[in-house]
Design a protein. Structure first.
Length: 456
């Protein structure tokens, strides 16, 4: 089972163990420095910042390499969001280490500040040189990531710069061994250092093997293009032979896809696999919102694709969850299409309610298919249209139309207060509003709702 609370708790405990050991060892081994005057105390805090930064750096590398057993527990979207939140702290720890080490150096020479120490790139102290190179590589990668996050830097410029973190982490370990061996040779610091170093080498080896096999293992071809609505298109991809890791995919998972363009590949884009997991093809339902998504309708059958994955833990346990309420905004319905298409084939003993917000009736994706499924007793569909210029279509017993937005009134009217699992997918503002409405209408707490946000 993917992403159970027990597995998540165990993985988090494992991740917190190295920094906890580092802090405990520092308090014991450096206690005399903390009470031995300003110079010694500053040096001790600088070393703690470095060790915690190095530990966090390994966590960032682990998240960035998409380690399968970690992804199975948390889902790639959560991993990447945590990566973005953790990265500034790691960078901050390295900056703090550099500044405090400069202060320590200055105090040792009876001076107030000797800032030239922070910018030393001479060969007289190789350990310090390597440390400074690592720090400035990290700062360059952080600056590029910041620009990328603000949409001011294209992927093709950001990605090579982001790869600077790989030599930086290796340099960090070399710097720590050369300049900090006095601490690292003591137990348990030595054990933590070697475990982290071995983990990084194993991650690099795993990633290198993955990249060498990627073009063969994840190769698919465009079979057909299906126009869903005026601004939404589905790509149906096929693969000759074994589907590889997609053979065991689950309803609700997604893939990171690239299309062949010229002599290379397009930027990677995450899209939900909207077909049922039993299908031998992959179907991606894509709304035109950017350069790539606005051009997919013109792709020719036979176009090569790379489809990495499957990723994501936004997957029901159909054996345990007997009532599922799905709340979708626009194209955020795609994981729920996978849920329902799987249910139509596998016939699990589950009742579904789909409450789906769109602007107009013309924006509804796969409408005929969904309405046909709603003729079966396991599904009720509520369409919520916010900008429908005409009168609403006539509602039936299991297909209902409402005007407005998903809010307290609609939820109270169409969702019973009996136990259910809630799934939410759509734009971030819509998710925030629906989470608040769920609490007000049904007393559902935020942590009881499983959500998935779009990320890069």
């Amino acid at each position: 089972m993917r992403g159970t609370p027990i597995r998540r708790t165990g993985a988090l405990a494992l991740g917190l163990l190295p920094p906890a050991v580092v802090v405990a060892a520092w308090l014991v081994l450096r206690r005399n420095d903390l009470s031995g005057g300003t110079e010694h105390a500053v040096g001790a805090v600088a070393d703690l910042a470095a060790l915690l930064g190095l530990t966090g750096f390994v966590v960032l590398v682990t998240l960035g390499t998409r380690l399968p057993w970690v992804e199975h527990i948390f889902g790639l979207d959560r991993m990447f969001r945590f990566h973005r939140r953790l990265a500034p702290w790691v960078v901050g720890l390295f900056i703090l280490h550099g500044v405090l080490r400069t202060v320590h150096f200055s105090l040792g020479r009876g001076r107030s500040w000797t800032w030239s120490y922070l910018f030393y790139f001479g060969t007289g102290d190789p350990g310090l040189l390597v440390g400074h190179l690592a720090l400035y590589l990290v700062l360059i990668a952080a600056a590029l990531a910041l620009l990328r996050g603000k949409r001011r830097l294209p992927f093709r410029v950001w990605k090579p710069g982001h790869l600077l973190v790989y030599p930086a982490v290796l340099m960090g370990f070399v710097h720590a061994a050369v300049k900090g061996w006095g601490d690292l040779r003591l137990f348990p610091n030595d054990a933590v250092y070697f475990v982290l170093a071995a983990s990084v080498l194993a991650l690099f080896g795993s990633r290198a093997a993955y990249r060498m096999a990627r073009d063969r293992r994840f190769a698919w071809r465009l079979e057909r293009v299906v126009r869903e609505t005026h601004d939404t298109t589905s790509l149906v991809l096929a693969r000759h032979g074994d589907p590889g890791p997609f053979r065991s995919r689950l309803a609700g998972q997604f893939s990171v896809i690239r299309a062949r363009s010229g002599g290379g590949w397009t930027e990677p884009h995450p899209f939900t696999i909207s077909c049922e997991p039993e299908s031998e093809t992959l179907r991606f339902t894509i709304k035109a919102v950017g350069a790539f998504s606005s051009s997919v309708h013109a792709l020719a059958p036979g176009t090569p694709f790379l489809c990495e994955g499957p990723y994501g833990a936004f997957c029901p346990d159909f054996g345990r969850e007997k009532r599922i309420v799905m709340l979708a905004g626009g194209v955020g319905v795609t994981p729920f299409l996978s849920f329902l298409r799987h249910a139509a084939r596998a016939a699990p003993d589950v009742g579904f309610t789909l409450i789906w917000a769109n602007k107009t009736h013309a924006d509804i994706i796969a409408m005929d298919e969904i309405h046909a499924l709603a003729r079966h007793p396991f599904l009720k569909v509520v369409h919520v249209l916010s900008q429908e210029p005409e009168g609403l279509p006539e509602s039936g017993e299991t297909v209902i139309y409402e005007r407005g937005r998903i809010g307290v009134e609609i939820l109270a009217k169409h969702v019973a207060r009996s136990p259910a699992t809630y799934y939410l997918c759509g734009p971030s503002p819509m998710q925030k509003a629906v989470l608040a409405a769920l609490g007000d209408a049904l007393g559902v707490r935020t942590r009881e709702v499983r959500g998935e946000l779009f990320f890069f």
